[in-house]
Design a binder for this molecule. Structure first.
Ligand code: HEC
Ligand code: HEC
Length: 481
């Protein structure tokens, strides 16, 4: 059916229609443009005026959206052609803070354009499916099911060509021109810490802010200022130079296939930090046992399974952690959550109080409000020995996520349904994300994402809005997320 109709309708729409209601399909059919009725001169006049209003920093896709909002029915290609032939083509220089984007579909990652059929070599004629790693059936409470995207290149019009042109530059001659020694020295320089162990970005972001980094023009950085020192004790807790706990904790995880494997040229790590109340006793003082137990409870909720812990006296918390019916000593957090049958889980310490008062929430598969993650992306350091390939001292990127709001299962379901509906009704409309480079972009289900990346000199700087757009697809609308 899809093949038969391909000439007439976008494939992605057809795919979605096959398992979604027909009414959306007809609604879409009704709004087919009668583009012939438009005349170029009038259109060009509107394009020129919008272009001037935007000080020349508006690209064809954005122009297309603006014109569509005015009720014009005209294709993106036609606008791009008109703009190019009239000196209003996309600008190529974009400030960190600008809304203009060279690739407004940056949330669709380069992995989607991977070749699936080999042309030569031992696997000639064979096809492979690299798509399943991301496009798959979601597990509740992720209600996204995009497994159909394993079988289709049905992209929004703008993304039908691969916009990741910088990935196709052959850099082998440049690489051959640099001595290995020089590369090793470079990746082994620490661009994150000051010589006294403090964090460079703390100094840089607390100083008067460069205009291009200042999203709201108040002279200050209003976003996350990195406060992890990567100075871990034997059980993974991070310490500031004065010895205090920062709240950050490293944990083991299996790197996601294809993306953060050393074979892809990067190493990475992930640190978690729960909100202050999860680290505190009821009286509001920091307590490592309380924090360790809360981390184990969150782990049990995410993994939906029991989590072993070092023996702890349940009387401290007044909570039956191992659910053996007695307040005694526990060596595991027992996972048993079925709230409709009256079987609940709870946090301990101040977070336990907050849960009882409805200030924070608990549910299978979900992190509580205030959870933060840091995730650094680094070069490979061939340290040899037991370790083999290690993480370089130099950071390519420091990525950050914080959960600012709670969505229950019903809200998450309606988010996923909303995405499907939007796709169906406006198959060529690109996604937009709210937020800025300081406070981060919002993913629609409570999380914000922001980040820092190496600049030309090798120093870390905030990522531009467009760069942050690149975070948002993987971190919002995938079955696998
Ligand atoms: C590393 C994860 C990853 C892999 C691997 C991957 N994709 Fe994607 N894909 C994404 C993300 C993220 C998006 C953007 C989703 C969004 O925000 O709607 C996307 C979007 C798409 C879209 C557009 C969907 C839409 O509704 O706009 C298509 C089509 C697609 N991918 C096809 C593929 C195909 C075919 C493959 C395999 C060759 C593939 N992808 C591999 C992550 C991936
Ligand atoms: C190609 C898909 C993809 C893109 C693009 C991406 N991420 Fe991720 N991110 C992942 C995966 C997969 C993980 C899990 C860690 C791993 O497998 O190594 C992850 C982990 C994280 C984590 C740690 C917490 C967690 O969810 O596991 C943070 C924080 C994070 N990413 C932020 C960002 C930011 C900020 C950006 C943009 C600069 C970004 N990510 C871009 C796929 C992506």
């Amino acid at each position: 059916m899809i093949r038969r109709c391909r000439q007439e309708y976008p494939v992605r729409l057809m795919c979605r229609c096959l398992n979604v209601s027909a009414s959306g399909y007809y609604a879409w059919q009704d709004r087919q443009p009668s583009s012939r009725s438009l005349d170029n001169d009038r259109l060009l006049e509107r394009i020129r005026s919008i272009h001037e209003d935007s000080q020349g920093v508006i690209g064809a896709p954005r122009m297309h959206e603006d014109l569509s909002a005015e009720g014009e029915t005209v294709s993106l290609n036609r606008i791009a052609r008109l703009m190019a032939s009239n000196g209003a083509a996309d600008e190529t220089v974009v400030s960190l803070n600008s809304d203009a984007m060279l690739n407004p579909a940056a949330y669709i990652p380069p992995q989607c354009y991977t070749q699936t059929r080999d042309d030569s070599g031992a696997f000639a004629g064979k096809s492979s499916n690299p798509c399943f790693a991301c496009h798959n059936m979601g597990k509740e409470p992720n209600y996204t099911n995009d497994a159909d995207l394993q079988l289709t290149y049905a992209m929004p019009a703008f993304a039908q060509k691969n916009n990741w042109s910088n990935l196709f530059i052959d850099r082998r001659p440049e690489i051959a021109g640099i001595a290995d020694e020089k590369i090793l020295n470079y990746v082994r320089q620490d661009n994150y810490h000051e010589t006294d162990g403090q964090v460079v970005l703390q100094r840089v972001l607390n100083a008067p802010l460069p205009a291009g980094w200042d999203a709201n023009g108040d002279g200050k950085w209003n976003g996350y200022i990195p406060d992890a020192y990567f100075n871990f004790d034997g059980i993974g807790f991070d310490h500031a130079p004065d010895g205090s706990y920062t709240g950050w904790r490293a944990f083991a995880y299996a790197p996601f296939l294809g993306t953060f494997w050393p074979t892809n040229g990067s190493t990475d790590d992930v640190l978690i930090r729960l909100a202050p109340a999860f680290r505190e006793k009821i009286d509001g003082t920091f307590d490592l046992t309380t924090y360790t137990v809360n981390l184990a409870i969150v782990q049990a909720m995410i993994q939906r399974q029991n989590v072993p812990i070092a023996a702890v006296d349940e009387r401290i918390f007044g909570v039956d952690l191992n659910k053996d019916g007695q307040i005694d000593t526990a060596t595991q957090i027992t996972y048993d959550w079925a709230p409709t049958e009256g079987r609940n889980m709870q946090y301990v310490g101040l977070a336990g109080e907050q849960l009882a008062q409805g200030q924070v929430h608990i549910a299978a598969g979900l992190y509580p409000e205030g959870t933060e993650f840091i995730h650094t992306v680094r070069y490979l350091d061939p340290v040899g020995g037991e370790v083999g390939i290690g993480m370089s001292a130099r950071m390519k990127e420091v990525r950050y996520a914080a959960k600012r709001g709670w969505n229950n299962f019903a809200q998450l379901k309606s988010y996923a349904d909303g995405e499907v509906l939007e796709d169906m009704r406006f198959p060529d409309r690109l996604r937009r994300f709210v937020g800025n480079i300081e406070t981060g972009l919002q993913n629609g289900t409570g999380w914000t994402y922001s980040a820092f990346i190496e600049d030309k000199q090798g120093d870390l700087r905030p990522q531009s809005k467009e760069e942050l757009y690149a975070c948002m697809g993987c971190h919002s609308a995938l079955g696998v997320s």
